[in-house]
Design a protein around this ligand. Structure first.
Ligand SMILES: *[C@@H]1O[C@H](CO)[C@@H](O)[C@H](O)[C@H]1NC(C)=O
Ligand SMILES: *[C@@H]1O[C@H](CO)[C@@H](O)[C@H](O)[C@H]1NC(C)=O
Ligand SMILES: *[C@@H]1O[C@H](CO)[C@@H](O)[C@H](O)[C@H]1NC(C)=O
Ligand SMILES: *[C@@H]1O[C@H](CO)[C@@H](O)[C@H](O)[C@H]1NC(C)=O
Ligand SMILES: *[C@@H]1O[C@H](CO)[C@@H](O)[C@H](O)[C@H]1NC(C)=O
Length: 512
């Protein structure tokens, strides 16, 4: 996989000389919407109920969906995405979720338009309502719901109770026709649902932005189907329902969504659940060069985001990074090659003539359940490195705003095994939660330290997600990003907010 190139693609930029019409997207652009939904939850999700009660609860959520579809359509949105689990909620058992499941007549649906047609199938009330929302408001609608599919015991994958239960995304066209279905591949401890017997690679076409791909939540961390969809189907826009519990320093929703859109140079339309008490917030519309996000741990309200974004075409090839510029800025970082030991720091750090070179202190710390190798940043500026297994991470830094905060360079190159199994290669520059080394890797959301840096690593995987998060969980863009020989490099000078995390989060899928 080492020769795979993900950086290609191009943004169609059209500079309009005319006066912009407020309510019509500019040429080469479209209006996208995502809704972060404060889901009305079943207080007793494990208790078995009947279809009528289930529909009652789901209709309360669908009432909000309908309001938001209308609001989005008023703003000329052409497509709107709702989050995973937004209609029925979560924490069901396999049995207790059953009354909440709709039946999808797939793949025979073809031209099924639930709103226009009669009730051809039982247990399709939710699909009917969604179809009518799409039709009435003439908007493409992407929604996640639970679905059921009877199966025969002759089917070797058929569960003992004779039915599949899927965590499903459906897509309705602006005329209300069911045009796509995707069944979540990478379930996150969702015992109510089955993994589909074969992987869904789901795309759908739109008249305003061409082809979209679709997957769900945890899928974003895996090769199948997410990366394969982008590679094999040449998808440049992704509709992404999620129910994501934030985990700092590396897996906060907006942070990782941003990193994904950057890594693949695509548009990502991500809708998350809004449930701050469960750590769920963080939705956004991401283009390769812009982010429109919502992240709010205080408010109890959902949020509609509508943004005009460029259609990304695949007809031309462009690289995000400018290697020449990067080379120039590199050299300015490396002019004084100082490396300090801890003892050195007050006395004579920065002097070139170091008689006895003592390696700085390395320590181990748990970050997001992984045993990272850390090295503290002791000086106002310097070059340090840490290695683990086959990955070496290098940091050149200069602290432009010195603060009484502890930052570390960290490396991890191993299989992550808690809450999912996946192989990570990561180079990180993070702020520790306190001044004690034992606090490094813990969650922190505020920082005041500003650091100009160049972070790089000799990754063995081609897929590296660049993460750059600032105080208050705000996003930033690197100045330079990309491969330089065998190193993936991120470089940033300046910044308006304190630095929480700068990271190169690599996924070595073959070693999962
Ligand atoms: C759902 O389950 C998770 C994990 O077991 C738990 O943390 C959370 O509080 C539960 N949420 C609700 C709404 O019951
Ligand atoms: C729908 O359910 C009713 C009552 O259970 C049943 O009589 C009917 O045959 C079902 N219709 C279809 C199309 O499955
Ligand atoms: C972390 O890794 C180091 C190096 O392999 C090892 O010495 C240390 O015991 C590990 N710590 C934990 C908590 O596993
Ligand atoms: C990364 O660099 C280290 C140190 O030079 C080296 O031992 C390791 O083999 C390199 N890894 C790869 C994948 O080249
Ligand atoms: C750092 O924290 C550890 C464990 O919380 C504690 O044992 C140690 O004394 C602390 N060190 C300092 C310098 O405060």
């Amino acid at each position: 996989m080492g020769d795979m190139s993900f950086g290609s693609g191009c943004i169609l930029l059209l500079f309009c000389s005319q006066v912009l019409l407020v309510d019509v997207p500019r040429e080469g652009h479209y209006m996208a919407a995502v809704y972060e939904h404060h889901v009305i939850l079943n207080p007793n999700p494990t208790v078995i109920t009947d279809r009528q009660s289930a529909l009652q609860l789901m209709n309360r959520n669908l009432d909000i969906y309908e309001e938001q579809v209308i609001a989005a359509a008023k703003q000329r949105a052409q497509i709107i995405i709702f989050p995973e689990d937004g209609i029925q909620g979560f924490n069901f058992t396999r049995t207790s979720i059953y009354p909440y499941l709709d039946f999808i007549p797939y793949p025979d649906s073809g031209t099924w338009n639930p709103c226009k047609g009669a009730y051809l199938f039982n247990d399709t009330e939710v699909l009917h309502r969604l179809s009518c929302m799409a039709l009435k408001n003439q908007v493409f609608l992407v929604v996640n719901l639970g679905t059921k599919q009877p199966c025969k015991h002759s089917d070797p994958h058929c569960p003992p109770d004779g039915r599949y239960q899927f965590n499903t995304n459906v897509v309705f066209s602006d005329s209300g026709t069911l045009i796509a279905r995707y069944r979540k591949q990478n379930l996150y401890f969702e015992y109510a649902f089955d993994t589909p017997p074969e992987i869904d690679y789901t795309t759908f076409d739109t008249p305003f932005a061409g082809k979209f791909g679709i997957f769900t939540c945890f899928d974003i961390l895996f090769y199948e189907p997410a990366v394969n969809l982008i590679k094999q189907y040449n998808v440049k826009q992704i509709a992404y329902p999620t129910a994501w519990m934030n985990q700092l320093p590396l897996l906060s929703a907006v942070e990782f969504q941003r990193g994904f859109a950057t890594a693949f140079n695509i548009n990502l339309l991500a809708a998350n659940i809004h449930q701050p008490v469960l750590g769920m917030t963080g939705s956004g519309i991401y283009t390769p060069s812009n982010s429109f996000i919502y992240y709010d741990m205080e408010s109890v309200n959902g949020k509609l985001i509508v943004a005009e974004i460029p259609v990304i075409t695949s007809e031309c090839e462009a690289q995000v990074q400018n290697t020449d510029n990067m080379q120039q800025s590199f050299s300015s970082f490396h002019t004084d090659n100082q490396v300090c030991s801890k003892e050195d720091q007050e006395a004579h750090c920065g002097t070139a003539e170091k008689a006895s070179w003592e390696p700085p202190p390395i320590f181990y710390g748990e970050m997001m359940y992984d045993n990272f190798t850390f090295m503290p940043i002791m000086e106002a500026k310097g070059n340090i490195q840490v290695c683990s297994n086959t990955l070496c991470c290098y940091l050149s830094y200069q602290r432009s705003v010195l603060s009484n905060e502890l930052y570390v360079l960290g490396v991890f190159d191993d299989l992550h095994t808690v809450h999912g199994t996946y192989y990570i290669q990561a180079c990180v520059l993070v702020k520790c939660a306190g001044l004690n080394y034992t606090s490094c890797g813990q969650e922190v959301t505020k920082a005041s330290g500003l650091i100009d840096f160049q972070l790089q690593g000799n990754f063995s995987t081609a897929v590296v997600f660049p993460l750059l998060l600032r105080s208050g969980v705000t996003l930033d863009f690197a100045d330079h990003l990309g491969w330089k020989n065998k190193f993936y490099v991120m470089q940033k000078k300046g910044g308006s907010n304190g630095l929480i995390t700068a990271a190169l989060y690599g996924r070595w899928y073959e070693k999962d």
